[in-house]
Design a protein around this ligand. Structure first.
Ligand code: ADP
Ligand code: G6P
Length: 447
């Protein structure tokens, strides 16, 4: 048996993780065991020059520290002010600074140094997400010959956007050090291959392998899943007191997203506003619960999206609220998973309408949480990776408030038969393609 060593920037040391990577890896390592290495969470004045180990029942965790300067350049800077906006199609939000790229390289080198003494020759190493693209190159430079896989949790952009990065050639060079590069969706795989061809003269060898920067590597689409059985149990067991009451005769729509500009929350609110403007009979009959915990708040684009979202919710509530009813309830904090499961189950409509998203686990959680006899309706953006397979959702264009308002109306009015038919197909996909299926398929392909 090979030990699995997973490395990600985010390492869960506390409760209530929000973010698909942590939720998925927690489920994955829970099954297979192994070691999970990641950032301790807060910058430190005196970073340790070794990993700090936390033993766990199902898997071990080991944390690295970052200085304030590294945190700024590697995490807030290159990862979240260059790669995140670029990979989500927001070239207008990219902020290029030479020190960001230097910090990104430096921190990845440092993680390789810290990891090296703990690696065993037959470990399988699985590196997660855009914060760590150069890590395999750094490990290879230090003599590591283990199989190393990479999984990108976010979308891979088209070549025109890759060309807006400060270092597209170098980026493809980093990728070439992996034995297997995994993407969420077929769309991302196509973009990667096309980008590698155009910007790095890669040669596809067959539909899985390509010659990139003088090395042969494999790339594939491995759509991530959730712990479906666990989530179904969680939702069934959701205690009555965890559910929202006082809503019995009105319909509830729910959105659950980190407060990120990629999630399309203002667009969702505008569509809801349009729905109420055009359907006065829905006043006091439908409400939108938006749960949006804060994220990356030191980055200006995140401060702006928070302000825009709060302002818009206030305006819509001012326009429509009555003494008995508030159309939008906006909760700006993480909530425990069992409560979340109960709320999904109670909601008649799940709103998953990102402008760009790798997969979107909320879509799958919403489906898993439903009561099969009386399920709610999933409204899903065509730009979420989840839309490639969850075709029985009501698929929308999140840029078009008319389309989304019509979908909301249709979902609210959908007959029980149609709801059950759509939900059964969606649930089958979520259960069959769960997180264990994802891990097994990926690790078998990695070999
Ligand atoms: P992303 O990875 O971009 O954040 P996903 O939809 O793939 O988006 O994953 C988000 C994960 O975070 C889901 O598992 C969701 O349940 C969880 N989450 C989001 N918001 C909250 C919240 N307020 N409280 C608890 N968990 C949350
Ligand atoms: C997305 C990314 C993850 C990240 C998470 C939360 O899921 O794919 O890599 O961990 O968002 O973001 P944060 O910056 O708080 O880790």
């Amino acid at each position: 048996m090979h030990r699995l060593v997973a490395v990600s920037n985010r390492l869960p040391l506390g409760d209530n993780p929000s973010g698909g990577l942590v939720v998925a890896l927690q489920d994955a390592l829970g099954d297979s065991g192994g070691l999970w290495v990641g950032f301790s969470g807060e910058p430190s004045d005196a970073p340790q020059d070794s990993l700090e180990f936390h033993d766990g029942a199902r898997f071990d965790r080991a944390a690295f520290d970052l200085t304030a300067e590294d945190y700024e350049s590697y995490y807030l800077g290159f990862s979240n002010s260059v790669l995140w906006p670029a990979f989500h199609g927001r070239a207008d939000l990219i902020e290029i600074k030479p020190e960001y790229l230097q910090g990104y390289r430096r921190v990845n080198d440092r993680i390789a140094d810290l990891l090296l003494p703990h690696l065993k020759p037959d470990d399988r190493i699985w590196i997660q997400d855009y914060q760590l693209i150069p890590l395999a190159a750094a490990l290879r430079e230090r003599g590591v010959t283990n199989r190393i896989g990479f999984f990108l949790h976010i979308p891979f952009p088209d070549p025109a956007i890759c060309a807006a990065l400060p270092n597209p050639g170098e980026m493809f060079g980093w990728f070439s050090n992996y034995d297997l590069i995994g993407f969420q969706a077929r769309r991302d795989l196509r973009n990667f291959i096309e980008g590698a061809r155009q910007l790095s003269q890669a040669e596809p060898l067959d539909d899985q392998r390509l010659r990139l920067c003088g090395r042969e590597t494999r790339a594939g689409a491995f759509p991530i899943g959730i712990d479906a059985a666990g989530f179904i149990d969680e939702a069934r067991g959701a205690r009555e007191e965890d559910r929202m009451r006082s809503l019995t005769d009105s319909k509830m729509m729910i959105g659950v997203d980190r407060l990120d500009y990629s999630k399309g929350i203002p667009q969702r609110f505008r569509a809801f506003q349009l729905l109420l403007e055009n359907n006065p009979d829905l006043i006091e009959k439908v409400m939108l619960l938006q749960i949006a915990p804060p994220t990356r708040e030191s980055v200006e684009a995140y401060q702006n999206i928070r302000e825009e979202t709060e302002h818009l919710a206030g305006r819509i509530n001012g326009q429509f609220a009555t003494v008995n009813w508030t159309p939008i309830r906006f909760i700006h904090r993480p909530i425990p998973r069992h409560e979340l499961a109960g709320l999904y189950r109670q909601a008649n409509v799940g709103l998953v309408t990102p402008l760009a998203d790798g997969m979107n686990l909320v879509a799958k959680e919403y489906v898993a949480a439903q009561d099969v006899a009386d399920p709610g309706v999933l409204i899903l953006s065509r730009f979420a990776g989840a839309a490639e397979d969850m075709t029985e959702a009501v698929i929308v264009n999140p840029h078009d408030p008319w389309d989304m308002a019509a979908a909301m109306k249709r979902a609210i009015e959908m007959t029980p038969n149609e709801r059950r038919r759509r939900h059964a197909a969606l649930l089958q996909d979520v259960v069959e393609h769960d997180v264990s299926w994802w891990v097994d398929r990926y690790l078998q392909t990695l070999g």
